[in-house]
Design a protein around this ligand. Structure first.
Ligand code: C5P
Length: 413
């Protein structure tokens, strides 16, 4: 049931060039190691002005390299050896000067040298820029960034926000957790490259009056995990979510809604723009027929107010009934308390969707792990208990495998 950490088996060379963001690199090593990677730190002389090699050695559990003249390597070829076993080189922070050196192919210090000497086919280069906003915006830097991208590097960030110099703008290095997530995403198979995924997630909230309403215990975790997994797999993802307390997965476009009717209104114009629709939301079946304008007060009679209900539209079934040329390939979820297969099959028929993902409601709501049962025309397939992100990645693989080629519409159009 326990799934290996996402970077298990990955060996990363983490390069630090000079910049105040070096303080984030200490945390980054911890995140990468926690995610299962082994990390070899390489620092430029300038980086050592900002953080000591001692700190980086202690956190990575390996001596740091900072000079090509380091005699510790038996063959004295650190610049060659360090990348031969590496899954990738990540330079974080990448200063303006270091990016300029990469763009020129300079090799007069160890980090630049090993980037140049790395095997292009097996050891990709990722860089996380960190610099003052004016330096980032300067045409020279932009020219250099464009050059290293053309040479095959992947640029992560930078983010916008407060800068150490007191200015505000683009140029902040991504946070350690964001960079670690980017690395994890980088290594995921791009099964949905060129595809687009529309999703619903979370509960809905159906107002009774301005202060009360009807909702449920859906946390949104499973839906957000599927959105993240789809984005990691290379899809363009739009996530329509009810009220939840979850951060938006990186690269995912999020639309917040409250009620089922709002969710439907948000989904309908988006549906024809997407190849796949995954409905994970726990949509309330009914809403109060009217929502009181003011808080409903006790009237002293001892009788509760008579509430009338109206049935909510079925968002999934509505999308599944769109004309074929505007209909994404639909996946429904079914949270049941018993008779999983029977109820899932019923839902497959009733909603007219090619795949239903069934789970036991009480065993999933709010939890970090789950188990899923995939039900389609061909049969059933169990994805055994695991954390929701691992399950989401497996589900994305299952969806990608079932997606008919005819659905390969121009998703970015
Ligand atoms: O009918 P039931 O609520 O069990 O179906 C669950 C599936 O249908 C989920 O995929 C859910 O997101 C979707 N659904 C919907 N709109 C509703 C009710 C359910 O999209 N009003």
């Amino acid at each position: 049931m326990s799934t290996p950490p996402a970077l298990q088996g990955k060996h990363l060379v983490l390069g630090l060039s000079g910049g105040i963001a070096c303080y984030k690199s200490a945390e980054l090593v911890r995140e990468l190691v926690r995610a299962g990677a082994t990390v070899q730190v390489v620092m430029t002389e300038a980086a050592a002005q900002f953080i000591t090699p001692v700190t980086m050695q202690a956190l990575s559990g390996r001596p740091v390299f900072s000079s090509q003249w380091d005699a510790r390597q038996p063959n004295n070829m650190a610049h060659i050896d360090l990348t031969r076993e590496a899954s990738a080189v990540l330079v974080a922070p990448a200063s303006a000067d270091f990016i300029a050196r990469l763009a020129l192919g300079r090799a007069d210090e160890l980090l630049g040298l090993l980037c140049l000497a790395r095997p292009l086919q097996t050891c990709p280069l990722l860089v996380a820029p960190a610099m003052n906003r004016e330096m980032w915006a300067h045409p020279a830097t932009q020219r250099n960034v464009a050059q290293i991208v053309a040479d095959g590097a992947t640029v992560l960030g930078p983010a916008a926000g407060d800068q150490a110099c007191g200015e505000v703008g683009d140029g902040r290095m991504l946070e350690a957790t964001e960079l670690c997530d980017e690395m994890i995403a980088f290594f995921q198979p791009k099964r949905l490259a060129g595809r687009s995924v529309l999703m619903t997630a979370g509960p809905t909230f159906e107002a009774i009056d301005p202060v009360r309403g009807i909702t449920n215990h859906s946390s949104g975790k499973m839906g957000f995990a599927v959105a993240r997994a789809a984005a990691e797999a290379g899809a363009r993802v739009t996530l329509v979510t009810g009220p939840v307390h979850l951060p938006t997965p990186r690269g995912v476009r999020r639309i917040d809604v409250v009620s089922a009717l709002q969710m439907l209104d948000a989904v309908l114009p988006e549906a024809p723009q997407h190849d796949i629709f995954v409905a994970t939301a726990a949509v309330a079946d009914w809403r109060p027929a009217t929502s009181a304008e003011h808080k409903i007060k006790k009237d002293g009679s001892g009788r509760p107010p008579a509430l009338a209900f109206a049935e909510n539209p079925d968002i999934l079934a509505t999308v599944a009934r769109l004309p074929a040329d505007r209909r994404p390939w639909c996946v429904g979820f079914a949270a049941e308390s018993h008779d999983l297969v029977r109820h899932a099959r019923e839902k497959l028929e009733r909603k007219g969707v090619p795949l239903i993902v069934a789970n036991l409601g009480p065993a999933t709501f709010g939890r970090d792990d789950n188990s899923l049962l995939l039900v389609d025309a061909a049969g059933e397939r169990e994805l055994p208990r695991a954390d929701k992100l691992s399950l989401a990645r497996q589900l994305v693989a299952e969806i990608a495998a079932r997606l008919p080629p005819a659905q390969a519409r121009a998703s970015a159009a």
